[in-house]
Ligand binder design. Structure first.
Ligand SMILES: NC(=O)c1ccc[n+]([C@@H]2O[C@H](COP(=O)([O-])OP(=O)(O)OC[C@H]3O[C@@H](n4cnc5c(N)ncnc54)[C@H](O)[C@@H]3O)[C@@H](O)[C@H]2O)c1
Length: 348
């Protein structure tokens, strides 16, 4: 396998940490440079198990700092980029849209331009892989339709608008300058190391603490859920075998109405904590719906299955069981987030 120096951005976050771990362990000949600003969502503890590996390097830096990014490309002779760094929480984007435009749009543009300048139009064997979301496609009705790679972009939240914009810039650099790019758009991820502001870890945490479980509206919104390691496997496959200039949708063919998903979480946490099943149902608290809340997302992942042979490896019940078990066994990880101690650790 050819040697590569891969810049992975956002590797201290939820999905990024699983991608970094997979690449560091699977490809000892690759140098993996994890560049992360360590915002509230970045946690170096997510990668404790790989931090001493010889092919791993952590850099604390901001993708919005163009000069720094250019320097990183030169210093580390970056050959490829897997770009995950982003502001990722829809609720935060509603209260602070500017930081989403800054990081997700301008930060992505900085990376594209740094790649273009550093690779000096010699793009062979160099790839800029951009990790995006199914939320760029907007919302579906309850009619069985699915988002395909051809679905028109129709973002509704500041988060999805910023991700859509970054996707457009990636395509523009491919079409205008010939940069070799690939984009993947994935559905909702769940699994270990997800920041506990997101639904699944938040609810596991609250059930343990007997705290209310705030459900938006009537809990009718539908999302497709994918275990995070299956997403990391898909990224690995697309990075190595995907067609340059293409887009791949990634999803679990696993749609859940929020309220039904919450009942599965409650059942699993109660059982694993030795509580009588359903005890925690009383914690469900319906709250005012999120503004502009998309009704339903569902991904058609046929292309990646047919072209690259990727399929989710875990059944949802199995994935939820593993996830709940992980949060129960890693209470310290959650406690460190609650106390702020997780941000005391820094790289260069
Ligand atoms: N979580 C999901 O369900 C999901 C689904 C599909 C796509 N995605 C996309 O995958 C990517 C990762 O999502 P996640 O859930 O792991 O996010 P996350 O919020 O857990 O992690 C984001 C990481 O990016 C870092 N970061 C933020 N701003 C930065 C900046 N300016 N410079 C450098 N680093 C910065 C943070 O410190 C953090 O480590 C995002 O691009 C997101 O849009 C997420």
């Amino acid at each position: 396998m050819a040697k590569k120096n891969i810049l992975i951005t956002g590797g201290a976050g939820f999905i990024g940490s699983h991608v970094v771990r997979l690449f560091v362990n699977q490809y000892p000949d690759y140098q993996i440079i994890n560049l992360d600003k360590l915002t509230y969502a970045g946690n170096p503890a997510n990668l404790k198990d790989v931090e001493d590996k010889p092919n791993y390097r952590f850099l604390k830096a901001d993708i919005c700092d163009f000069e720094k990014i250019k320097e990183v490309f030169t210093t580390f002779k970056v050959t490829d980029v897997i770009h995950l760094a982003a502001e990722s929480h829809v609720d935060r984007s509603i209260t602070d849209p500017f930081s989403f435009a800054k990081t997700n749009v301008l930060g992505t543009l900085n990376l594209l331009q740094a790649a273009k300048e550093s690779w000096k139009d010699a793009y062979t064997d160099k790839l800029f892989y951009h990790v995006s979301t199914d939320e760029v496609y907007g919302a579906l009705e309850f009619d069985g339709t699915l988002f395909t790679e051809e679905t028109r972009y129709d973002p509704h939240s500041p988060y999805s608008a910023s991700k859509a914009s970054s996707d457009h810039f990636v395509r523009a650099y491919h079409d205008t300058y010939g940069l070799q790019t690939i984009i993947s758009n994935c559905s909702n991820n769940y699994g270990p190391n997800q920041f506990p502001e997101k639904l699944i870890p938040l609810f596991i945490h609250n059930i343990r603490q007997n705290k209310p479980l705030p459900v938006y509206g009537k809990g009718e919104n539908v999302r497709d859920w994918l275990y995070v390691e299956d997403h990391a496997r898909a990224i690995d496959l697309i990075f190595h075998k995907g067609k340059v200039g293409d887009t791949y949708n990634i999803g679990g063919f696993n749609e859940w109405k929020n309220i039904d998903l919450i009942r599965v979480i409650i059942k699993t946490v109660d059982r694993l904590l030795g509580r009588e099943e359903g005890t925690s149902e009383k914690l469900i608290t319906y709250v005012t719906d999120r503004a502009g809340h998309d009704l339903r997302y569902a991904i058609d992942a046929t292309k990646i299955k047919d072209e690259l042979g990727w399929e989710p490896s875990l059944q949802f019940e199995e994935g939820i069981e593993k996830t709940v078990q992980w949060y129960i066994e890693n209470q310290e990880w959650l406690d460190d987030i609650a106390s702020g101690a997780y941000q005391d650790v820094c790289g260069d």
